[in-house]
Structure formats: structure tokens, C-alpha cells
Design a protein. Structure first.
Length: 400
């Protein structure tokens, strides 16, 4: 808490480092405001009870007294005031101005990182993502202020560091597509949380993000991907369980070949955030067997043939949550086309790998078994597919 005195008057301004995100208490030295008019303006600004009026009064104070010894304190209060008003842009502006005064101010860094990460998530803008990560790295190495006790610093960093690691990981995964680096940062973040803290909030969200990172090419470790998807499945709200379960079952079947043993992993993952060193999943014999087991009721590339004898020549799999962004999907309905055989009927129709089959002969596609039933129910004439944000109608040539 910084203290401001004017001549013989003493005013104590409580500047708690608080928001919906965390609580950090700061101690500071006594600062003297010698000018009575400036002191009265300061008192008037901090005494406003209405957040909108308070923000205006604080901004007005900074305009009239740009070199005030209370400048940092006023900017600190502006951050909290704009946070209460849910005005992220002005909150970020106040935090940026405070960083110009105090480059290592942990609160200003934290709020800036939090807001910029949110902007990155909405826009996908690489520069915004990079800015959030750069500030987060700065926050991880910010020195402990001389006037902050060890206990308070531990509390501040304990609340800030997980957010910093999360922002760096998000930039690695979203902007740089460096999933190995993202894994390292998400792991560092989750290690700072207790097992209970990863059951909800940011800890649970980044458990899901860590599972996704482990499923990516170049960083793929399906045993760990399955574990963290299982951990997330254990604690996500009921409405989200089917979404997580689809990814969990897909990667477990891809690695193991069937769903035997998955319930045991779900039970184990409910107990601890990280898998024990002895955690193993028995791999299926070959990738060919994995693919065959993955789509047991759906004809593969060499045998997609209804009773008429027409062979389409494509392979499909269920849509999973990880497909949503890359394929510009609005839901997880349908089946993703995995591969197309060159010269096949599907190839002639113009079907492409990455298409999502939504309907067959105008009937909505359900699961893999339902798709197989539609294919074998009679003469197939049309496929409705989703491609790059548009629905296309592909017609089977009648001469085929």
C-alpha cells in the first residue's frame, strides 16, 4: 500500500492488486504530494464511488498532473477501475502506461498478458500472440521489488507464473505451430497447480490444450494425449464430455486398436494431473490394423462398395474436436474423408481428402455404423460435403 501525504495531512490510498483473476498485495514507500491542489485532485479522484466517474477523474488527474509522484498509483487504480467496468481496451492502455513508468511492474505485465492472450485467441493475429508471449517471458524474470516481502512475492508469482506459461504455450501452439515448445510450457504451467486446481478453470482448459499438443504431428505422443484427454473428460461439465470423449476414443483406438482398458485409464487420470512413470498403453500390432479397427463397419479405400458393385474408393473417420479449426467446422457432425484412391469414383466425383461428409442421398450422416448402413442401403446418388466453410453437393455419375 502506497502512502501519500500533503503538508500536514496524511492520506492512505488502498491499492490492492485485485481482479477476478488473482489477488496480489503490494507494499510501497510513503510518497509526499506537496501541492495542495494536486493532493485535493488526487483525493477527489480516488474518492469517487461510481467506477465510470472514478475512471474519468483519474484520467483527468493524469492529464493535469502528468509528472505527479502519484502517477504510478493512479495508473494502478485505473487498471482496477477499467477491469470493474469490463473495458479491456482501456484496461490494457492503463497497464501499458504503467509499464512505461515501471517496466517490471508484475501487475501491469500480468493484466497485459491476460488481455493480449484473449485478443490472440479471438483474432489469431500472430503479432498479438507474440506480444503476449514476450510480455509473459518478461514477467517470469521480473525481479522482486525491494519493498515486497518474500511471502507477498511468493503469492504474486504463484498467481502470475501459470498465466505466463499458458500465454507462451498458446503462442507456441497457435502462432508458431511449435507443439514441442507448447508441451514444455503447458507442462510447466500445470506443475505449478495442485491436482485440485487442474479440475476446473485455466488448469482444466490447459489440460485439454496439452492433450491436443501431444496429438500433433512432430510432437505426437498418443499415450500422453490419451492420458490428458482422459483427465479432462473426468472433470469437464457434462455437456462437454461427449466432445472430449470423441477425441479420447479416437486417439486411444488409433494407438491401441479398440476401447478395451480405456475406462481404467479414465479412473487413474481422475486421481492425478500427470501420468505415473509406469503408465503404458499396449499398442496395436501395425498401423494397418489400427486403421482397420478404427472403422470396423465402414468399407476402406479398397472396398467401399454397395450391393450394386460400385466401389467409391475413399476412407473416412469420425470428426473430432481437433478438426474444428483446421476444417472451419461449426459442429463435430459428419465424417472426415481421410484418403481418396487415385482414379476412383470418389476422385472422379471431385471428393477431396479433408472433406467432411454430412449427408448421403440427403440423409444426415450419424456415426460410422450409420454411414455404412447408408452406403449399403441402395443406390447412392449424392454426397453433401463440407469444404473450407461451404457445403457442396457431389453427384455420383449415373453411368458408373
Amino acid at each position: 500500500m502506497k502512502k501519500f501525504v500533503c503538508v500536514a495531512l496524511i492520506a492512505l490510498a488502498y491499492l490492492g492488486f485485485a481482479s477476478t483473476r488473482m489477488l496480489l498485495a503490494q507494499q510501497g514507500p510513503t510518497i509526499q504530494i506537496h501541492d495542495v491542489a494536486e493532493f485535493n485532485a488526487y483525493q477527489n479522484a480516488i474518492g469517487q464511488s461510481d467506477p465510470t466517474a472514478k475512471a474519468a477523474a483519474l484520467e483527468n488527474f493524469l492529464q493535469f498532473y502528468p509528472q505527479s509522484v502519484a502517477k504510478s498509483s493512479v495508473l494502478d487504480m485505473l487498471i482496477d477501475t477499467y477491469n470493474n467496468l469490463r473495458d479491456a481496451d482501456k484496461e490494457l492502455s492503463a497497464a501499458s502506461r504503467l509499464l512505461q513508468e515501471e517496466p517490471n511492474n508484475l501487475k501491469a505485465i500480468l493484466y497485459s498478458v491476460f488481455i493480449k492472450k484473449g485478443q490472440c485467441g479471438k483474432s489469431g493475429d500472430a503479432q498479438t500472440c507474440d506480444d503476449a508471449a514476450a510480455l509473459a517471458r518478461k514477467g517470469l524474470f521480473a525481479p522482486q521489488p525491494a519493498d515486497v516481502s518474500d511471502a507477498d512475492w511468493k503469492k504474486q508469482t504463484g498467481g502470475s507464473y501459470p498465466i505466463f506459461h499458458s500465454a507462451i504455450a498458446f503462442d507456441d501452439a497457435i502462432s508458431k505451430k511449435d507443439y514441442q515448445a507448447a508441451i514444455a510450457e503447458y507442462t510447466a504451467e500445470l506443475m505449478l497447480y495442485t491436482d485440485t486446481q487442474t479440475q476446473s478453470g485455466p488448469g482444466l482448459q490447459d489440460t485439454i490444450n496439452l492433450a491436443k499438443a501431444y496429438s500433433q504431428p512432430g510432437a505426437q505422443d498418443l499415450v500422453k494425449a490419451v492420458w490428458f484427454y482422459a483427465r479432462a473428460w473426468d472433470f469437464v461439465p457434462a455437456g462437454y464430455k461427449p466432445i472430449i470423449e470423441k477425441s479420447l476414443e479416437y486417439y486411444y483406438m488409433k494407438y491401441h486398436g479398440d476401447l478395451n482398458g480405456l475406462d481404467n485409464i479414465k479412473s487413474q487420470a481422475a486421481l492425478t494431473t500427470f501420468p505415473p512413470g509406469t503408465q503404458k498403453i499396449e499398442a496395436s500390432a501395425t498401423q494397418t490394423e489400427q486403421n482397420r479397427d478404427l472403422i470396423p463397419n465402414t468399407p476402406g479405400p479398397a472396398n467401399v462398395a454397395p450391393p450394386s458393385g460400385v466401389r467409391f474408393g475413399f476412407q473416412v473417420r469420425p470428426v473430432i474436436q481437433d478438426d474444428m479449426a483446421p476444417l472451419a467446422l461449426v459442429s463435430t457432425k459428419g465424417l472426415v474423408v481421410v484418403s481418396i484412391e487415385n482414379g476412383s469414383l470418389a476422385d472422379i466425383m471431385g471428393m477431396l481428402a479433408g472433406d467432411v461428409i454430412l449427408q448421403v442421398n440427403g440423409a444426415d450422416v450419424g456415426d460410422m455404423q450409420h454411414f455404412s448402413q447408408l452406403i449399403h442401403s441402395g443406390a447412392v446418388t449424392t454426397f453433401n460435403v463440407w469444404r473450407k466453410g461451404k457445403t457442396l453437393l457431389l453427384t455420383v455419375p449415373q453411368s458408373m
